[in-house]
Design a protein around this ligand. Structure first.
Ligand SMILES: Cc1cc2nc3c(=O)[nH]c(=O)nc-3n(C[C@H](O)[C@H](O)[C@H](O)COP(=O)(O)O)c2cc1C
Length: 317
């Protein structure tokens, strides 16, 4: 058994990982040589993520973060994902020779930055560092406005589907945290300040979201974000099962921690992956053939935004 104190430290770091709508859909359970990570389906998003695809990607982000933290505390981690993918097993071996991983300090600094970016281009050497981190066949990179703008029709079509669905908006409102007080108390969800929106009460916030946030306003916001992005990165996988989603999450987390180390910011343009019909269109439009699109992010340089909150992780002995 790893000491309780170390286990808790690893978990405290691991939960800094990103998750869809900041639902933090995970549970931990300790075992003889490490711990298990399990999905918490009570925190799923039936409208935004009906197949739990992003839920499992989030678990992959968590697993990767946990392993980096474990290395920092002198353990060599290994991960096992069973076929059912209902549990991720992280085994830890004490290793005096383990050096602190270079990504560890960036676990705390990483954030989803929804600001506009400066338009500054990314040095080629940094793009190749990121390519190496992602490995072959897991990402497609788009730079220059001609390439980047290929995403705008898919984003607009997906916004129309999502924003035209009152149930989708209802789910979004349920996970919105409209003030610092609410965000802190709940320790989860989408804190409005992280998107540059001023604090307001829940009643007012819900009303504003219902009445003024629509496909047109979302298109305007996202297309402006595309315009000043230095690059767009599409994460793909060769399969489309829970195990593939967990793997994408692990690769993604290493990628964004490295981007953070390089002084880059990122945020998501995921809608085209979230709406099944638009995802299909994108597969044929971008000639993806045998690859499944999982996540889309934009990269660039920007000031940081307020950080989102985390709840106390559910720890089982
Ligand atoms: C699988 C996944 C999907 C996400 N999708 C979106 C998205 O479509 N739009 C968005 O603005 N943020 C998206 N996020 C970012 C989360 O909202 C964010 O990670 C969470 O609010 C916590 O904030 P942080 O990343 O700054 O720690 C996604 C994150 C993950 C892991």
């Amino acid at each position: 058994m790893i000491p309780e104190e170390i286990y808790q430290k690893i978990v405290r770091y691991a939960v800094k990982a990103p998750s869809g709508h900041n639902t933090q859909p995970w549970q931990f359970a300790r075992n003889e040589d490490g711990f298990f990570i399990k999905p918490d389906f009570s925190r799923a998003l039936p409208l935004a993520d009906p197949l739990h695809r992003e839920l499992f990607i989030s678990l992959g982000c968590l697993a990767e973060t946990a392993m980096i933290a474990a290395q920092y505390y002198g353990y060599q981690p290994s991960v096992q994902i069973p076929d059912s993918a209902d549990t991720i097993k992280i085994s830890l071996q004490k290793d005096e020779t383990t050096v602190p991983p270079d990504l560890y300090p960036y676990i705390n600094i990483r954030q989803t930055t929804r600001n506009l970016f400066s338009g500054k281009t990314i040095p080629t050497k940094d793009l190749s560092v990121l390519q190496d981190v992602a490995g072959n066949g897991n990402i497609r990179r788009f730079t220059g406005q001609n390439e980047i703008q290929q995403f705008s029709p898919y984003i607009s079509m997906a916004n129309a589907v999502q924003m035209g669905n009152p149930a989708f908006k209802k789910e979004l409102i349920q996970w919105m945290r409209f003030s610092e007080k609410e965000a802190m108390q709940k320790g989860d969800g989408l804190y409005t300040a992280c998107s540059g929106v001023p604090s307001m009460g829940r009643m007012m916030g819900s009303l504003v979201l219902k009445s003024f946030v629509n496909a047109a306003s979302e298109n305007k916001r996202y297309l402006k974000q595309l315009e000043n992005s230095a690059a767009v990165v599409l994460f793909t996988s060769s399969g489309d099962r829970a195990e593939d989603w967990i793997n994408t999450g692990m690769i993604f987390q290493r990628f964004v921690l490295t981007a953070t180390r390089l002084g880059l910011n990122y945020s998501f343009l995921n809608q085209p992956c979230q709406v099944a019909a638009i995802r299909e269109k994108m597969i044929s439009g971008l000639g993806l053939n045998s690859e499944f699109p999982q996540l889309i992010i934009r990269l660039g340089y920007s000031a940081r935004m307020p950080y989102s909150f985390r709840r106390q992780a559910s720890l089982r002995p």
